[in-house]
Design a protein around this ligand. Structure first.
Ligand code: SAM
Ligand code: SF4
Length: 405
């Protein structure tokens, strides 16, 4: 989710990359670009992403001017990488996320993608995803996006059950999802569906129905998240006041196991705790996050990671636009990870992946005990790799902390 920004250290006058070692190692990680679009037509009660409805934004940060601001920021970012003498390389992946990117006209999204192409280039076969709400796309808009270089559509389906969609404040109907998927297929896009389980009032039968409806659409990729009740959201307040029951961890665990077996049986094995895909259709962009690759995040509140340094942008679109207009990168803070922090991060993220993560020393000695408790797979552990079992995936954070000591 997208909570408040971390504390971190002040960004030096030279920018978020000031003081990083110049040059590059022999093998560079892939480079990805995240483009944040902070607008939604309606804010869903459960959502704490950095996004705003038209009524919440005053002058200086309107939707019409957003693409130009993002393009200017991409140019500033490219210059900063060159100035820091960090090896430039084409983007292997681009992810346009939100908010609701498809609230902007296709020409705006393509202008942003065009700036990435002009400044960094796109690697051959680059994966270019845009998120979308099912009621914000049609065949004409998707055709334009596909012709302009978008290769993948990630649709927020959430549920196929009307009363669950209503509790989630969603504006789309189940029929919208089918139409959007058909339109995406017609123009040759890869399709991913986002689902949410464990919404108050959702029965196990409701969840099975949503999974079946999603699988009937033959997606290439599915993300399924346990509903999180976040502080500061409308749903958080409803739960605090007793108007909605809190989520139930046992119910969510049962639904996770149902999802994992339904998706795997349909030919979409898990590759990350909350993500399943047909072979060859994993999200390469998100894999970059979990494998510790480099990426640059553009837009209000966007996070970046370049060779062990993390930095993040100011959160509000108005502050963001004002800094970019003044010719400055809108970074609000940064964190330079030391080797121990980098190792912990690699463990914490890598343990989420079906490919697992290597461990050594004391952590490796703990593996037999974790296997006995049914948390870690035995075969990869013989080679010092931690791969979680289905049960272990429900306890991934606890396993990480145990391994980290
Ligand atoms: C930033 S949204 C973008 C997609 C698009 N705006 C939409 O909602 O259709 C990405 C995904 O995050 C998930 N999400 C957002 N808030 C969540 C929460 N509180 N708990 C679980 N999943 C959440 C939803 O599945 C959503 O599709
Ligand atoms: S449409 Fe998506 S990003 Fe917007 S408020 Fe709803 S879940 Fe959040």
């Amino acid at each position: 989710m997208s909570p408040a920004l971390p504390e971190g250290e002040r960004v030096p006058d030279g920018g978020p990359l000031a003081g990083l070692a110049a040059g590059g190692g022999a093998v560079l990680p892939p480079f990805g670009v995240y483009l944040h679009v902070p607008f939604c037509r309606v804010r869903c009660g459960y959502c704490d992403f950095n996004t705003y409805t038209a009524g919440e934004l005053g002058g200086g940060a309107d939707q019409a001017g957003y693409a130009a601001t993002a393009v200017a920021e991409i140019r500033l970012a490219a210059t900063a990488l060159t100035t820091a003498e960090l090896p430039a390389r084409p983007a292997a992946t681009v992810f346009v996320g939100g908010g609701t990117p498809t609230l902007l006209p296709a020409t705006d999204l393509l202008a942003m993608l065009g700036a990435v192409r002009a400044e960094w280039g796109l690697a051959p076969g680059a994966e270019v995803t845009t998120e979308a709400n099912p009621d914000t796309v049609d065949e004409a808009s998707l055709e334009q996006l596909a012709a302009g270089g978008i290769t993948r559509l990630s649709l927020g389906m959430q549920s196929a059950v009307p009363h669950v969609l209503a509790t989630l404040d969603r504006t789309h109907t189940p029929a919208n999802v089918g139409r959007a998927v058909a339109a995406a297929r017609a123009v040759g896009l890869d399709v991913s569906l986002d689902l949410i389980y464990g919404t108050p009032g959702e029965s196990v039968a409701d969840w099975r129905r949503s999974l079946e409806a999603a699988l009937d659409l033959a997606p290439d990729h599915v993300s399924a998240y346990a509903l999180g009740i976040e502080e500061g959201t409308r749903m958080g307040a409803q739960v605090r006041r007793g108007e909605l029951p809190p989520t139930d961890p046992d119910d969510q665990a049962e639904k996770y196991e149902i999802a994992d077996s339904a998706l795997a049986s349909a030919g979409l094995p898990w590759y990350e705790i909350s993500n399943w895909a047909r072979p060859g259709h994993q999200s390469r962009h998100n894999l970059g996050y979990w494998r510790g690759a480099d990426w640059w995040g553009i837009g209000p509140g966007a996070h970046s990671h370049v060779r062990g340094t993390r930095f993040w942008n100011v959160k509000h679109p108005r502050a963001h636009a004002a800094l970019v207009r003044a010719g400055r990168l809108p970074a609000a803070g940064r964190e330079v990870l030391n080797p121990e922090e980098r190792a912990f991060e690699r463990l914490m993220l890598g343990v989420r992946l079906a490919e697992g993560v290597p461990v050594r020393g004391r952590a490796r000695d703990l593996l037999p005990g974790l296997i006995t408790r049914g948390l870690v797979e035995a075969a990869p552990a013989e080679h010092g790799r931690v791969v979680l079992t289905r049960h272990g995936r429900l306890l991934a954070d606890a396993v990480t902390h145990e391994l980290a000591g």
